[in-house]
Design a protein around this ligand. Structure first.
Ligand code: ADP
Ligand code: ZN
Ligand code: ZN
Length: 688
């Protein structure tokens, strides 16, 4: 007997091994085997397939070493057929190895030798979960508009697998989800509730616990190993055997989680909710698999025959397009719960104020007055500046020299608290130069970040309690929660933050939101910059006046006439969408075309240049003008490796299998050349 085994290494999808006759009876698909790998290593791997023959030269095939056994029972299978099918799809679509999916799917400690021994799948699969007992407390009664939306969602899910719920902030989307969840549990099926950010789980967990109690499990990369096992066990029907005594098996029916929750061993998934579906943090950046959790969840759901609800106040252009073309259902909720007015957005023309010398700080007089008035009324203020640090860039006042990271070729950001320059790519910190190393000139700063905003606010409002929320102040989940708690309790009067404050949080007493620099948001060199800027500004505006009173937003910009600023001011999503779609069609961007970024890395700049040239030439032979580049990416050196990027823009209908064959063929060919042997290649399909 021969088996194909998935190993946690990125070299190939599977590796062939033979099975000694005495172990054959215990081999199952999805089961765990211990195999020799390389010179003197043993790995745990997963059996992907079983056969009697192998195309590989028999002499080169090694036998497996063992089948991990605990208490006399082999821990088989560890993953089921549906999970294997999901892994297979992920690696195929996102152009990575199954072993990379394996590593992402199983929590790190599970793969290490020994710890996996604590897991074993029960022989019998549960067909359906026990229907919920009537002991669960009643849900909130939906208002008329919510009830209508709820029925519309159900009706559209009769025909379609995915429904987009486009509801303004505070319209009660979360309340509608709870009703959909309850019905799914009543039908004896499991629910996956995805959030884009670990930090958001706490607030939603609190809200869901009151209705679903202990049936709710929380899963993300920051929970501890014991909690992870608990969730795998409760969702996947495993028995936990750390010691002889068996712990009580939790019967989780709902998992609230960040993107890695798509890898849980669901037995009977009925519903997936993707909240804040537009958030880019659903995309995994590094390492591979670089998957989009929303899209992966839609695929997972279809494998289970489950339905998907995507929720957002500012849908991604992709999802809205899918709704427009009828691929997804679409339900709109235009009114806030309790009919509170959407916030009033007041623009401030910063260019004009500068011209007339009225802009004395980073706050316009209008914003400063509005802040004072809000504080006087006992309301809280949010200030949004999507850059951390003090002043982002240091430059020479004479020759424009800019300090850059030695390893990453990216300009450094000044952090006042530590009085150092930091690279936001690799985290490396540098001491401040006292003068320009090029010309000896005096150094100054351009632009500003949240730290600078905080300093100026403290000077302007010395008796007010001020806090800052960005990745520097929220390195732990606890720190994040504490900032939120102090805002909720009213202790904090002004909160300054990056895009972290724009995400799905629900506050009571925020009367005013200030958007300090709308232009900086729009200036990113990325085809999604305007979409993102629209989403961020609407989302952060939505934090104002969520209960009863209408909130106020002051938006500072130097481009008052810009079409995007106008869409934001009028809260006109459709206009933004229409303009964006015209651009995307013109320049062949998603959702009309599929993008794939190929990044090549090497220690030597010349080598990576030659490799990229050769790669692009061979790609063009097959794909013609769908191939762009190679180019130096914006950051052309990261952690001592030089980079080149090739971009593929392909029609959506082009099969990923065909593309994969082309790309892998060229890759094999080039890597066989001695000089390219140590080069690294990365694929990013549907980059965000
Ligand atoms: P969204 O998810 O659309 O931003 P939420 O579901 O968070 O909106 O609702 C905003 C606020 O209004 C929450 O505090 C929520 O508890 C409350 N709310 C919304 N709908 C209802 C309802 N039907 N009954 C009671 N409270 C509701
Ligand atoms: Zn200089
Ligand atoms: Zn760096």
């Amino acid at each position: 007997m021969y088996i194909e085994v998935i190993l946690p290494v990125p070299l190939a999808d599977t590796f062939t091994y033979s099975v000694p006759a005495e172990l054959e009876a215990q081999i199952v698909r999805g089961g765990l085997v211990e195999v020799p790998f390389g010179k003197n290593k043993n790995y745990y791997g997963i059996v992907a397939s079983i056969g009697e023959k192998s195309s590989v030269d028999a002499a080169a095939i090694k036998p497996i070493v063992d089948i991990p056994v605990i208490a006399g029972v082999p821990c088989n299978p560890l993953v089921d057929t549906r999970q294997l099918q999901f892994w297979d799809w992920l690696s195929g679509y996102y152009l990575c190895r199954q072993g990379e999916v394996f590593k992402a799917a199983l929590p790190p400690a599970f793969i290490e030798k020994g710890i996996l021994h604590t897991f074993r799948r029960k022989g019998i699969a549960r067909n359906a979960l026990t229907p919920h007992t009537p002991s669960l407390p009643p849900l909130h009664t939906l208002n008329d508009l919510q009830q209508q939306a709820f029925l519309e969602i159900k009706a559209c899910l009769q025909e379609k697998n995915v429904c987009l719920l486009h509801g303004v902030t505070s319209s009660g989307k979360t309340e509608i989800y709870t009703h959909l969840i309850r019905e799914t549990l009543d039908a004896g099926r499991q629910v996956l509730y995805l959030l884009p950010e670990i930090a958001l789980t706490t607030q939603i967990t609190g809200r869901l616990r009151q209705f679903f109690g202990e049936r709710l499990g929380v899963y993300h990369s920051q929970i501890n190993h014991h909690e992870r096992k608990d969730i795998w066990e409760g969702i996947g029907n495993y028995e936990l055997r750390i010691t002889k005594q068996r712990s009580a098996v939790a019967n989780y029916e709902i998992v609230l989680g960040a993107r890695s929750a798509v890898f849980l061993p669901f037995q009977n998934l009925g519903l997936v909710i993707v909240d804040e579906e537009h958030e880019p943090s659903y995309k995994q950046q590094d390492p591979a698999p670089r998957y989009h959790a929303r899209n992966a969840a839609i695929m997972l759901a279809s494998m289970h025959g489950a339905k998907v609800v995507l929720g957002s106040a500012t849908p991604s252009v992709e999802s809205f397009y899918n709704a427009q073309t009828g691929k997804y259902g679409y339900v709109r909720l235009e009114k806030r719960f309790e009919d509170t007015e959407l916030p009033r957005i007041i623009p401030v023309d910063v260019k004009e104020l500068r011209r007339t010398r009225q802009m004395k700080s980073i706050f316009s007089p209008m914003l400063q007055n509005a802040m004072q008035a809000a504080l006087d009324r006992g309301e809280q203020v949010l200030l949004f500046q999507n850059r951390r640090g003090f002043a982002p860039v240091m430059t020479c006042k004479i020759c424009d020299w800019v300090p850059k990271c030695r390893f990453c070729d990216i300009s450094l950001t000044y952090h006042k608290q530590s009085n150092r320059l930091k690279c936001h790519y690799c985290g490396h910190a540098y001491t401040l130069p006292t003068q320009c190393p090029e010309c000896g000139g005096e150094l100054g700063f351009v632009g500003y970040g949240t730290e600078k905003v905080e300093e100026e606010i403290r000077a302007l409002f010395p008796t007010t309690t001020v806090e800052r929320m960005d990745t520097d102040t929220t390195s732990t989940k606890k720190a994040f929660e504490d900032i939120i708690a102090r805002l909720e309790s009213g202790q904090t009067q002004i909160l300054i933050g990056t895009q972290m404050i724009s995400k799905g949080l629900d506050f009571d007493k925020v009367g005013l939101v200030g958007i300090l620099n709308a232009d900086a948001l729009m200036n990113h060199p990325d085809f999604r910059a305007y979409e993102r800027a629209y989403q961020l500004m609407s989302q952060v505006s939505g934090r104002a006046g969520r209960r009863k009173e209408q909130g106020e937003v002051i938006l500072q910009t130097s481009h008052l006439d810009h079409a995007l600023i106008q869409s934001v001011l009028q809260q006109n999503y459709t206009e933004m969408y229409t303009t964006q779609m015209q651009e995307r069609e013109l320049f062949r961007y998603p959702p009309l075309f599929r993008l794939i970024h190929i990044t090549l890395k090497h220690r030597l700049d010349d080598t990576v240049r030659d490799l990229a040239e050769a790669f692009a030439v061979q790609l063009r032979e097959k794909l013609g003008d769908r191939v762009l580049g190679p180019d130096k990416p914006a950051v052309a050196k990261i952690q001592n490796l030089y980079l080149r990027q090739i971009v593929l823009k392909v029609e959506n209908k082009v099969s990923m299998t065909v593309l994969r064959e082309i790309v892998e063929g060229i890759q094999a060919n080039l890597w066989a050349q001695k000089e390219f042997r140590y080069a690294v290649v990365q694929f990013d399909v549907d980059p965000v």
